[in-house]
Design a protein around this ligand. Structure first.
Ligand SMILES: *[C@@H]1O[C@H](CO)[C@@H](O)[C@H](O)[C@H]1NC(C)=O
Ligand SMILES: *[C@@H]1O[C@H](CO)[C@@H](O)[C@H](O)[C@H]1NC(C)=O
Ligand SMILES: *[C@@H]1O[C@H](CO)[C@@H](O)[C@H](O)[C@H]1NC(C)=O
Ligand SMILES: *[C@@H]1O[C@H](CO)[C@@H](O)[C@H](O)[C@H]1NC(C)=O
Ligand SMILES: *[C@@H]1O[C@H](CO)[C@@H](O)[C@H](O)[C@H]1NC(C)=O
Ligand SMILES: *[C@@H]1O[C@H](CO)[C@@H](O)[C@H](O)[C@H]1NC(C)=O
Ligand SMILES: *[C@@H]1O[C@H](CO)[C@@H](O)[C@H](O)[C@H]1NC(C)=O
Ligand SMILES: *[C@@H]1O[C@H](CO)[C@@H](O)[C@H](O)[C@H]1NC(C)=O
Ligand SMILES: *[C@@H]1O[C@H](CO)[C@@H](O)[C@H](O)[C@H]1NC(C)=O
Ligand SMILES: *[C@@H]1O[C@H](CO)[C@@H](O)[C@H](O)[C@H]1NC(C)=O
Ligand SMILES: *[C@@H]1O[C@H](CO)[C@@H](O)[C@H](O)[C@H]1NC(C)=O
Length: 506
């Protein structure tokens, strides 16, 4: 980026003027062509202009004790150029200083250094015909009201004043403004810059690290309209607080991080009838170091029947709750899923987690939530407790509540214990075949019944053997009585004759 001071750009170099006129052709009227050339300098191929406001160092301040302002007449010897420098003024001495320079309202450039003025009123008539206004290196707390209609202001510098607020609408009517320097202040919000649509606009907020990122993001996020260019962007940070959805604590973010957020939009999964939401999380892995950015993708409640095929880079958290997803294959074999630490798929139709066996996800995960799915069996070897690694917390959270397992003796014996040690919502895991929670299953009842039944068989067998023996004994006894006494004892003698009885009647 190249800049020149006004005195340089005022050179009566026709070539320069012609270039400028051409660049502004169709954009500016005859009057503004000259204005722009006063304060602008092309920075080349991009066609971007970065303006420098009329600015003088402290060494140029007027020495006279009686007048705080002085005219600067050596600005390229242009008689039309009425520039004034004022130093160390307050509201009263500024007024007096401006009048003692003997100027009239043809003054076009003012620089006021070290002003101690609580409130600057933008609708002040003194600013009415200015092309460049710099009020710098002093103490100005507020800027109120709106600059007047038709004010030809191209450059406004309010740098280094401890400025706390600027009226939101104050710049709305400055339709030639191309440079705004608000650096080194204490502003929380930017004034409204929506009126700047049709021109390249330079904004400097370096050192004003109190501005909410949300406020700045509004201007970064615009893809259609001409973007605002940030001077000294690599040095610019903004503030986040707890309420700005994707960042947790009040911290500073680099502008590049905001741009990264914006760059996510095209990578966010979407289909013909659905669109996921992508946000950025800050992950302070090493305290005090630039936080790493990770992406959270929310694809919940959009009628998905399968997991999205693509995810943005560095996606660590995916929420696909309230869909119709049946399988988890992507989680184990899709490379886009390899950074996932948090996977939420409640209220789906997932019937099995067996596919996750041996996946990178199971090595890395922090949270797996599959509540209210259709899982019937839980292989115990899966979801083994966390054993190795130091990068992520060792507290792994698994939620499986609302699933209905097939319950049997094994469930009561081992799965129940397993649930209690591994699953957060273990007391909400149900049985499909028994109207009970898995956690309430009693091993005595679930397992004893089949044991009882096998014992019973032995009783029956024993009873049958006893019966057989007594029958044989009775028949032998009857036979013996019949042979010796000649009659049949009860009940054989009461039995009706059967057709086969002739066989016995010998
Ligand atoms: C911009 O200003 C620099 C000096 O700061 C000068 O060398 C350069 O030629 C100017 N660019 C144009 C396009 O006039
Ligand atoms: C605004 O004033 C500061 C001095 O506080 C100076 O460093 C900066 O270059 C000026 N910005 C513009 C755009 O003139
Ligand atoms: C700023 O102006 C005040 C008077 O308004 C003066 O006392 C002070 O010394 C000045 N500061 C600098 C750095 O010139
Ligand atoms: C500052 O001076 C202007 C012009 O003299 C005057 O209108 C305004 O009321 C003054 N403001 C304060 C706060 O004294
Ligand atoms: C404004 O002041 C300048 C310098 O004092 C003078 O040359 C010029 O004629 C004045 N213009 C008007 C309209 O009074
Ligand atoms: C960013 O832009 C997208 C679409 O372009 C919009 O949906 C979203 O609300 C914008 N975000 C902010 C914070 O303005
Ligand atoms: C967070 O910032 C917003 C503006 O972006 C503001 O409205 C809100 O009050 C701030 N919250 C806290 C706790 O500072
Ligand atoms: C957000 O900060 C609070 C403390 O202010 C902390 O308890 C919570 O875990 C943090 N959340 C994340 C996602 O870092
Ligand atoms: C994405 O993750 C890798 C490490 O997995 C990290 O090096 C990189 O900085 C991350 N990207 C961003 C923009 O944070
Ligand atoms: C995931 O999505 C569901 C459904 O929209 C929502 O209720 C839940 O709070 C989300 N979970 C997280 C951690 O954002
Ligand atoms: C799931 O699919 C069924 C049809 O198969 C449909 O009726 C239902 O609305 C879907 N549910 C969700 C949450 O998409």
């Amino acid at each position: 980026m190249k800049h020149i001071y006004i005195k340089n750009s005022y050179a009566s170099n026709m070539q320069w003027l012609v270039v400028t006129v051409c660049l502004y052709a169709g954009l500016a009227n005859a009057r503004t062509e000259e204005d722009q050339s006063l304060a602008a300098n092309s920075s080349g191929a991009s066609g971007a202009f970065y303006d420098q406001c009329f600015y003088r160092p402290a060494s140029d301040c007027p020495e006279a004790k009686d007048c705080h302002c002085k005219r600067i007449s050596d600005v390229n010897d242009n008689p039309e150029h009425n520039a004034i420098l004022c130093c160390n003024v307050n509201n009263a001495t500024l007024e007096q200083g401006l009048s003692c320079t003997g100027t009239n309202n043809t003054v076009t450039h003012i620089h006021i250094r070290n002003a101690t003025i609580d409130t600057i009123f933008a609708d002040d008539k003194r600013w009415r015909s200015l092309k460049s206004l710099a009020i710098t290196d002093g103490s100005v707390k507020h800027v109120k009201e709106q600059f007047m209609m038709m004010t030809p202001l191209v450059c406004l510098n309010l740098s280094n004043n401890g400025l706390v607020d600027i009226a939101d609408n104050s710049l709305n009517r400055l339709n030639q403004l191309t440079t705004l320097d608000l650096s080194n202040n204490k502003l929380l919000d930017l004034p409204n810059l929506n009126s700047i649509k049709d021109r390249v606009f330079w904004l400097d907020i370096a050192g004003t690290d109190t501005i909410w990122c949300q406020n700045i993001y509004e201007y970064i996020n615009k893809t259609v309209q001409k973007q605002i260019k940030f001077n000294r962007e690599p040095e610019t940070v903004c503030s986040t607080n707890k309420t700005w959805h994707w960042f947790n604590t009040t911290e500073h973010l680099w502008l590049s991080q905001l741009r990264y957020i914006n760059s996510l939009q095209p990578d966010c999964p979407k289909g013909d009838s659905w669109q996921c939401k992508c946000d950025v999380n800050r992950l302070d892995i090493v305290l005090g170091k630039t936080p790493m950015l990770t992406v959270t993708v929310d694809c919940s409640s959009i009628q998905l029947s399968e997991l999205p095929q693509k995810l943005p880079r560095n996606t660590t958290s995916l929420n696909v709750s309230d869909n119709n997803i049946t399988v988890l294959d992507d989680l184990s074999n899709n490379p886009y899923y390899e950074d996932i630490r948090v996977f939420l798929a409640d209220n789906n139709k997932i019937s099995s987690i067996n596919k996750l066996e041996g996946s990178k996800f199971l090595d890395n995960y922090d949270m797996l939530s599959l509540r209210f799915n259709k899982i019937k069996t839980l292989p115990g070897y899966i979801l083994a407790p966390y054993t190795h690694g130091k990068t992520f917390s060792s507290n792994r959270h698994v939620m499986l509540g609302g699933n209905k397992l097939h319950c049997d003796c094994n469930t009561a014996k081992s799965v129940k214990v397993w649930l209690q040690t591994r699953i957060m919502d273990y007391d909400e895991v149900l049985c499909e075949n028994v109207r009970e929670k898995v956690i309430d299953l009693e091993q005595a009842r679930m397992c004893v019944y089949p044991g009882d039944w096998t014992d019973y068989i032995y009783y029956i067998i024993a009873l049958e053997i006893i019966l057989l023996f007594s029958l044989v004994a009775k028949v032998s006894y009857d036979y013996w009585v019949f042979k010796t006494a000649g009659y049949l004892p009860w009940p054989a003698n009461k039995m009706p004759k059967l057709p086969c009885d002739w066989l016995c009647e010998t």
